[in-house]
Ligand binder design. Structure first.
Ligand SMILES: [Zn+2]
Length: 245
């Protein structure tokens, strides 16, 4: 009977408490995604350490009988208390769901970890957390190799499409589209967001009234390409909310 212990450091992107008091956590680490169980954790000191968005160092123990590693110890390495602010929390939660959907367990990605950790810091400290979340979502998509087609109409292949694609979240030409074209700022973002550096995108925020359409496109695209992101519906700002802001 062989078992092994490993030390990992990462950010808690999902946390679920089971009826028996065990906590199942998913961490995004520079070595990939790690899912582990803290047995009885809800009654001990691990509970507050293994909170969502905490950066923790964990010692995990893997036995051949279980596909889920067991958390033996956890040390808090960093936290971003400002993420508790409601307008920031929603976007941090969305980024966490997004990273969980995009990256697979065991898939090595130091870049994904760095980008995600940077996204959380941006959501915590930048004055416009929604913009950080939009920019970083597209950058994470690019890193995962799942990139929306923007050079050609998603339906007929025509060049320079500029209209929303309500089914696939990509772009349609004027002939295939039923909706009016994107405004120039939103279109520029959709065409460039994956390739452009985070810094450049952060300096060119799309006006807030154009963002609900960008969220909708992203949600459609991710749903079609990756599968649903669980908490997306509650988290993505509703059009009415943004329009009245
Ligand atoms: Zn077309």
């Amino acid at each position: 009977m062989r078992s092994r212990t490993a030390n990992r450091s990462g950010v808690v992107i999902r946390r679920r408490v089971l009826p028996a008091g065990d906590i199942i956590v998913t961490l995004l680490t520079p070595q990939g995604k790690l899912k582990a169980i803290a047995r009885g954790g809800v009654r001990g000191p691990l509970s507050s350490r293994l909170n969502l968005f905490h950066h923790v160092g964990v010692q995990v123990y893997q036995t051949p009988q279980s596909d889920l590693a067991t958390v033996k110890q956890a040390v808090l390495e960093g936290a971003l208390p400002r993420l508790a602010e409601p307008e920031r929390y929603a976007f941090a939660h969305l980024m966490a769901e997004f990273a969980d959907a995009l990256f697979q367990e065991g898939e090595f990605s130091e870049q994904a970890f760095d980008l995600f950790a940077g996204a959380l810091r941006g959501v915590a400290f930048q004055p416009d957390p929604e913009w950080v979340a939009l920019v970083m979502s597209y950058k994470l998509l690019g890193l995962a190799g799942i990139v929306p087609q923007t050079a050609r109409c998603a339906r007929c292949g025509e060049d320079h499409p500029a209209h929303p694609d309500p089914l696939g979240g990509q772009l349609l030409c004027g002939t295939c589209a039923a909706l009016p074209p994107y405004p120039p700022e939103a279109l520029d973002f959709l065409r460039q967001a994956v390739r452009r550096s985070v810094r450049v995108s952060m300096d060119r925020p799309v006006p807030p009234d154009q963002r609900p359409a960008l969220w909708r496109a992203l949600e459609r695209f991710v749903t079609v390409q990756v599968g649903g992101v669980q908490s997306w519906r509650q988290l993505v700002p509703a059009e009415g909310v943004a329009a009245s802001a």
